[in-house]
Write a protein that binds this ligand. Structure first.
Ligand code: CA
Length: 243
């Protein structure tokens, strides 16, 4: 398995509230929100809790859900203790590769995409007000990208005592790629541009660098983060030998 990853502050923001995690078969991106430095605290806590949580290969669905709920509790508790952190929250989108399947766990409007041959498929649903309007057919995806309320989330980690987590699995094939990214990438770039860049650069780090370069060319109004994983059949064979 090959991967590339980068986070970039962008051209407008003074801090980078995004973050990512890479460890073994677990990958994640997080996009924090909150006043002052609170967003940074929230995304960092989410990634730390996820990284420390034991994800069991036998039952990734349950462990991923528990890891997200634990992250929610930790961020929420921290926000209650410190006035400067009240209201902080974060997105968290995680990918766990196991047993020939991809597991995705997700809260917020960061995204996981599957790039298969000529296609780019968004695996996650945006937990945002405009995301719901698009799903209900009240707004086009194009209109959503420029909507004034596009940053309003319907679900985030750490903003309430409990959170609902999306967790699902999908099969993968040799040469599939999975992109995890924050809205600082999926906002400025259309899905078709993302697909083209991934297809033009087979090396995942080169593709990630190019994605971020293009987001910056569009003015990068937000922090930009991308993690791209290229899957190969030998990964499955390697896991088979370990088992
Ligand atoms: Ca963002």
């Amino acid at each position: 398995m090959l991967f590339g990853a980068r986070t970039d502050i962008g051209l407008v923001r003074k801090t980078n509230e995004d973050g990512f995690h890479i460890g073994g078969n677990l990958f994640a991106v997080a996009d924090g929100m909150g006043g002052h430095q609170a967003g940074e605290v929230a995304s960092r806590l989410a990634l730390e809790v996820l990284a420390d949580y034991p994800i069991e290969g036998a039952d990734p669905q349950s462990s991923l859900r528990k890891a997200f709920q634990k992250a929610n509790e930790v961020i929420y508790a921290k926000a209650q203790q410190d006035e400067a952190l009240i209201g902080m929250g974060t997105t968290l989108t995680a990918l766990f590769i196991a047993e020939g399947r991809l597991w995705v766990a997700h809260v917020g409007d960061s995204r996981a995409y599957l790039c298969r041959r000529q296609e780019l498929i968004q695996l996650t649903q945006d937990h945002s007000v405009v995301g719901e309007l698009v799903r209900n057919g009240d707004l086009s995806a194009q209109e959503a990208r420029f909507h004034p309320h596009r940053n309003l989330l319907t679900r985030a980690l750490g903003t309430a005592a409990a959170v609902e987590v999306d967790v699902f699995a999908t099969e993968w094939q040799h040469d599939d790629k999975v992109l995890l990214c924050t809205d600082g990438l999926s906002g400025p770039l259309e899905d078709d541009e993302i697909r083209q860049i991934i297809q033009e650069h087979d090396d995942p780090q080169r593709a990630v660098d190019e994605l971020i370069k293009q987001a910056r060319k569009r003015g990068a109004p937000d922090n930009v983060t991308a993690v791209l994983i290229k899957l190969a059949v030998q990964d499955q064979a390697a896991r088979g030998r370990q088992a």
